[in-house]
Design a binder for this molecule. Structure first.
Ligand code: ATP
Length: 585
């Protein structure tokens, strides 16, 4: 319900504030202008940095690009001011996209490295502007630029423009937060590699989030240029903007669309209350103390704290307690066991190789996985089983070889494309999205890798069915930290199944489970196969391998050692030797 009324509340609050100029209160217009200015900057920063977890210290550069675009076009080329604003947004977005296109391609550029890189961009942009005719050193005056007559006075006109920017920014942030795109960004935040494997196109999504974030910062930069009417590189590109927006967003809560706005209002009010008059320095110390205490006691921010308390939204089609029972679902995209139907190859692997710094983890592996079967993949520790799964699922790039699925060679494709092509996987050590509910963990796979569901609601409805199938429906609203190992492994299964894959790669799903839990997992895997999904089953628990698999393949030192019916293969002297280390000669 809150979700539906939020956009109306944003527009309603905006409409009410738009009445302010009629009351002729210039002080409040200026004060609110500043609060709205910080709301836009903090909220726009949060779209990439809060949602996707890529902390940027470059927001000053993107804001500054907007400031100088408007200053140049309106101040030097006499463009009408309003025309400069879309150009300011475009220039900032173009710079951001250029930076992102390079930075996001390098795997290791995250966390502090990304923050430093974006900070460096700020200095580069400032240096270019300061040493070229764009500014040239003395700054740019906009005194002669006419303020458009939107309100009764120039101050009220600029206030109304900033109000419009704030309303649009909050609506954009809200819409992203509740969209499939936003869910993808949150998955990237929690575990980018797992998100890719669930079908989230992480590179494109990060670029899109950065472009939107920069465009909003550039737009507000353009408005602010006219507000201050004299722009200099020293004022525009100092550290105030990036540090303040980070602080505001963290204080308010980065995982909620309203968090940065709440932080922005709080800090603007604190600054006003404590830093005026002769005690300004003491006041800044008091603000610092308040912020430190606030962040210590609310590390997830104000909205994070509130959400924890109110975390009981009703679920679509949620079963009541005690009603959890396995649900029979329509077959995924496989064809079912088909009672004796000819087993054609679903996946054909040819000469697959992968080395890690000279160590051959896979060397020339060729094998077929037949439609509808459970293929056991066995081998001693370090024989290359997980590497096989990682290469086939796109987690690692192969050094050579081919992987054919339904007429396409998917070897070397990005993981999200392989997921969409119909291959899902689980991780040996579960990798849930830790800050998303169990339901949303599964909904991500349903939306991205599965049938391409367009909305969160559809994704959640589909996810709920798979939680029922894996008997986790009662845990739908819990965070993954609230699950035991058995349930986490089942969550991995539910995510894989929600993708409705043709082929599931199960990497040691039974490892660490008790005998009773193994029994229930084995029963579940049978049901998954009976639904029509083909399974590659990497496992060390021999009883389960014998009970479940139709065929097995044994790896040793990255190469295929044997292939065939389970009992025959396990009794072969070469396999016994590889496992037990005894000579079979
Ligand atoms: N990311 C990596 N970097 C370096 N070496 C790796 C990497 N991943 C795997 N290896 C090495 O590749 C070889 C095969 O490892 P892999 O994890 O595929 O074996 P496995 O058969 O799955 O073993 P286990 O049964 O213990 O999980 C091992 O020698 C391992 O140390």
């Amino acid at each position: 319900m809150m979700r539906r009324i939020a956009p109306a509340a944003i527009v309603g609050a905006g409409a009410l504030l738009a009445l302010l100029p009629f009351f002729k209160l210039p002080f409040y217009e200026s004060f609110l202008y500043l609060a709205l200015f910080w709301i836009v900057l903090a909220t726009s920063w949060n779209i990439l940095s809060g949602y996707a977890g890529y902390f940027s210290f470059g927001h000053g550069a993107f804001f500054g690009a907007g400031v100088y675009t408007t200053a140049t076009l309106a101040g030097k080329f006499n463009w009408p001011f309003l025309w400069t604003l879309p150009v300011a947004a475009l220039v900032a977005a173009a710079i951001g996209t250029g930076v992102g296109a390079v930075a996001f391609r390098v795997r290791g550029v995250r966390g502090e490295l990304f923050a430093l890189l974006t900070l460096a961009v700020t200095f580069v942009v400032a240096t270019i502007i300061g040493n070229t005719p764009i500014d040239g050193g003395p700054g740019v005056y906009l005194n002669a630029v006419p303020v458009p007559k939107i309100g009764p006075t120039p101050t009220s006109s600029l206030f109304l423009l900033m109000l419009a920017a704030a309303v649009v920014t909050l609506l954009v942030s809200w819409a992203i937060r509740h969209s499939r795109f936003g869910a993808g960004l949150f998955a990237i935040h929690d575990d980018e590699e797992a998100a890719e494997v669930m079908g989230v196109p992480s590179y494109r999504w990060k670029l899109a989030a950065l472009a939107v974030s920069c465009a909003l910062a550039g737009w507000v930069g353009g408005i602010h240029a006219l507000f201050i009417s004299y722009v200099t590189t020293a004022e525009t590109f100092n550290l105030t903007v990036p540090l303040t927006v980070v602080l505001m967003s963290i204080l308010g809560g980065t995982r909620h669309w309203a968090g940065p706005a709440i932080g922005a209002v709080a800090i603007t009010c604190l600054l006003f209350a404590f830093t005026g008059g002769e005690y300004a320095v003491l006041g800044k110390g008091v603000i610092g103390l308040i912020l430190v205490v606030g962040i210590l006691f609310m590390p997830e921010g104000v909205m994070g704290k509130l959400r924890r308390k109110v975390r009981s939204a009703p679920l679509p089609a949620s079963p009541r307690r005690g009603e959890e029972r396995p649900t029979e679902l329509p077959p995924p995209t496989g064809e079912g066991r088909g009672g004796g139907a000819p087993r054609l190859p679903l996946l054909q692997v040819k000469n697959l190789s992968k080395s890690f710094r000279g160590l051959k983890a896979l060397s020339g592996v060729s094998l077929d996985v037949r439609r509808g079967e459970i293929l056991g993949l066995l081998g001693p520790n370090g024989s290359g089983k997980s590497t096989f799964i990682n290469v086939v699922s796109g987690h690692y790039l192969p050094d050579g070889g081919e992987v054919w699925l339904g007429g396409c060679n998917i070897a070397g494709q990005p993981a999200h494309r392989i997921a969409r092509a119909g291959i899902a996987r689980t991780y040996q050590i579960p990798r849930p999205f830790t800050q998303m509910s169990v339901l949303d963990n599964v909904a991500i796979a349903a939306m991205y890798a599965g049938q391409g569901l367009r909305t969160m609601e559809e994704g959640r409805r589909e996810a709920m069915q798979w939680l029922e199938f894996t008997q986790l429906a009662g845990k739908a609203q819990v965070l993954p930290a609230g699950l035991n190992l058995h349930q986490r492994k089942f969550l991995e299964l539910a995510r894989a199944l929600a993708a409705r894959p043709q082929l599931v790669l199960l990497d040691e799903v039974l490892c660490g489970l008790t005998p009773t839990e193994i029994q229930s997992a084995v029963a579940l895997i049978r049901r998954i196969r009976d639904q029509g999904t083909t399974i590659v089953f990497v496992e060390h628990v021999m009883d389960a391998v014998m009970a479940l698999t139709d065929r097995i393949v044994v790896f040793d030192q990255g190469a295929m050692l044997a292939e065939g019916a389970p009992r025959e293969v396990m009794q072969s002297p070469a396999v016994m030797s590889a496992y037990l280390g005894v000579s079979h000669a």
